[in-house]
Design a binder for this molecule. Structure first.
Ligand SMILES: [Cu+2]
Length: 153
């Protein structure tokens, strides 16, 4: 009885040892598998000279912009440099609005001035600046109350 119990204990600890080994092996393979899938796909580095036209190869970005109750539904729009912008503009007010992008809040230099529309929707298409920074957008009809920041990252 005593011997049997001891043998049981011994084989039990051996099983426990093997079990721990198995767990270790399993975690190791799982970890290596994780590492395998976690490696980011290499992003193609631009081989063309940086002086080439920035309008080519820009990332297409589509944004829904709604004007309602005399306000834009977004006060910050962030896009990658040189993005090929599509803005689905939806004016839900009966008052006319537009979307216009300027270099800064003085609105002295425009980058894109969208058509002003009454209630309804239209699509604006333009290329975002290629230089990262903070730009300024507004509704030209309400230049002080309807404003926002256009961030080029
Ligand atoms: Cu407006």
């Amino acid at each position: 009885m005593k011997q049997g119990g001891q043998r049981m204990k011994k084989s039990g600890s051996r099983i426990f040892y093997l079990f721990t080994l198995l767990i270790l092996l399993f975690t190791l393979t799982a970890m290596s598998a994780c590492y395998g899938t976690a490696t980011p796909t290499p992003t193609p580095t631009p081989t063309s000279s940086p002086t080439s036209s920035p309008t080519t190869g820009g990332q297409a970005v589509t944004i829904d912009l709604v004007t309602r109750n005399m306000a834009f539904d977004k006060t910050t729009i962030t896009v990658p440099a040189g993005a090929l912008m599509t803005i689905n503009f939806d004016n839900q007010d009966s008052v006319p609005h537009n979307f216009a992008l300027y270099t800064d809040s003085s609105a002295a230099t425009s980058i894109f001035v969208g058509q002003t529309i009454g209630k309804g929707s239209l699509t604006y298409k333009f290329t975002a600046p290629s230089t990262p920074g903070s730009y300024f957008f507004r509704c030209d009809v309400h230049p002080t109350s309807m404003t926002g920041t256009f961030v080029v990252s």
